[in-house]
Design a protein around this ligand. Structure first.
Ligand code: SAH
Ligand code: SF4
Length: 373
């Protein structure tokens, strides 16, 4: 049978450099093909194939031990494994390519069964292992500073395709899936424009009989879709919300974020305030620092005001811009980023600067686009 292919690329050495360089991946040859079987992940863990306790065994192999081949499930009788193998495919990806960065992070490029591609990044920290996953192929929002936005929109990822990024990364890192305790939806795409599939995947991340993650350790980053934020609050998934604010006023926001024309900042902030009231979880505001666009001291004070007037317990993440070829904007210099951070701090808003990782393979979370889609 046709197995998914894994390739390891020695890209850190070849790409080098400290700035963002999109990966030049070779054409994925193994794309199409395995459409003969339903995939396993959509099946609720309690309804997996097999009789009685076999279901529990399979769920455990899938979500606890992270098996990706029926052959690995050694406590199932061989005849059963063979029968299951004929009927069910486990993974969502036809091809998995890994691009390790010199700082320890690894970018994963997944070729889906229809030949499209999506990406995730594995980010090992001293105290936790994080995976940054995608929700769409490309992105319809088209933010000017974002390489994914520049690519345009491919399609929504299905729920299983979103979820399987975590399982596949764990597998290729030699980890059990549950060793990955942190997930951020900050890869390609706007998660709240693919709400149902994202919610499906998040539920499976949190489910005790699936990945059993703590909702505090799952974060969703959005460009700011008020309806989606409200739905997230109503659905009570309890996950962390990150809002890509990037500017405190509509005029500046509209220059860099096309969806700002449809959703004024006040309306987005009201939805975020509702999310905070409901979940009582500290909200993160992301702010990519763009030279001469959104980095003036007055803008820092305006950000602080926006947050304070709604009494949101907040944290601001300043993101140095990761340049990419053809980007129409430039990043704010390091010293000016620090000054902006100091103003926010002085205004009483806890602030950190997120110096990026994985930049030498274009893996910095949130700038996951590829030159060749
Ligand atoms: N669509 C969602 C989530 C994916 S992007 C969103 O926009 O929030 C994750 C984060 O990376 C966002 O805050 C986004 O604005 C930021 N980002 C995108 N391109 C970037 C770049 N070139 N440099 C720095 N941050 C970038
Ligand atoms: Fe889409 Fe987010 Fe990039 Fe904007 S920043 S284009 S919303 S992925």
């Amino acid at each position: 049978m046709k197995r998914p292919t894994f390739e390891l690329h020695n890209s850190a050495a070849s790409e080098g450099g400290a700035c963002y360089v999109p990966v030049q991946a070779p054409e994925a040859a193994a794309a199409a093909g395995d459409d003969r079987k339903p995939i396993l992940l959509p099946v609720p863990p309690d309804e997996l194939p097999g009789k009685g306790y076999r279901k529990g065994q399979i769920a455990s192999w899938l979500y606890k031990k992270g098996a990706r081949e029926w052959d690995e499930m050694t406590d199932l009788p061989r005849r059963l494994r063979e029968a299951l193998e004929r009927e069910w495919r486990i993974g969502e990806f036809a091809l998995v390519q890994a691009f390790p960065s010199s700082d320890g992070s690894v970018k994963y490029l997944f070729t889906l069964h229809d030949g499209r591609r999506t990406e995730a990044v594995y980010l090992p920290y001293a105290d936790r292992k994080t995976v940054c996953i995608s929700s769409q192929v490309g992105c319809p929002a088209g933010c000017t500073f974002c390489a994914t936005g520049k690519m345009g929109f491919g399609r929504n990822l299905t729920g299983p395709e979103i979820l399987d990024q975590i399982l596949a990364v764990a597998y290729h890192q030699g980890l059990a899936p549950r060793e990955i305790r942190n997930v951020v939806l900050m890869g390609m795409g706007e998660p709240l424009l693919n709400y149902d599939n994202v919610a499906w995947a998040v539920r499976r991340m949190l489910a005790r009989n699936a990945l059993a993650m703590s909702p505090r350790r799952v974060a969703l980053s959005t460009v700011g879709i008020p309806k989606g934020i409200r739905r997230l609050a109503e659905d009570d998934l309890g996950i962390k919300l990150a809002l890509s604010l990037h500017a405190p006023d509509d005029e500046t926001r509209k220059r860099i974020i096309p969806t700002a024309k449809a959703y004024p900042v006040e309306e987005i902030m009201d939805a975020v305030a509702e999310y905070f009231q409901k979940t009582r979880r500290r909200v993160t505001f992301e702010y990519v620092m763009l030279k001469g666009v959104n980095d003036a001291p007055e803008q820092a004070r305006a950000v602080a005001r926006l947050v304070r007037t709604r009494r949101i317990v907040a944290h601001v993440n300043l993101i140095p811009f990761n340049p990419w070829e053809g980007a129409p904007v430039e990043g704010t210099p390091r010293e000016a980023i620090k000054r902006f951070a100091h103003i926010l701090e002085a205004e009483g808003i806890p602030t950190t600067v997120r110096w990026s990782r994985g930049v030498d393979v274009g893996a910095a979370c949130g700038q996951l686009a590829l030159k060749e889609g």
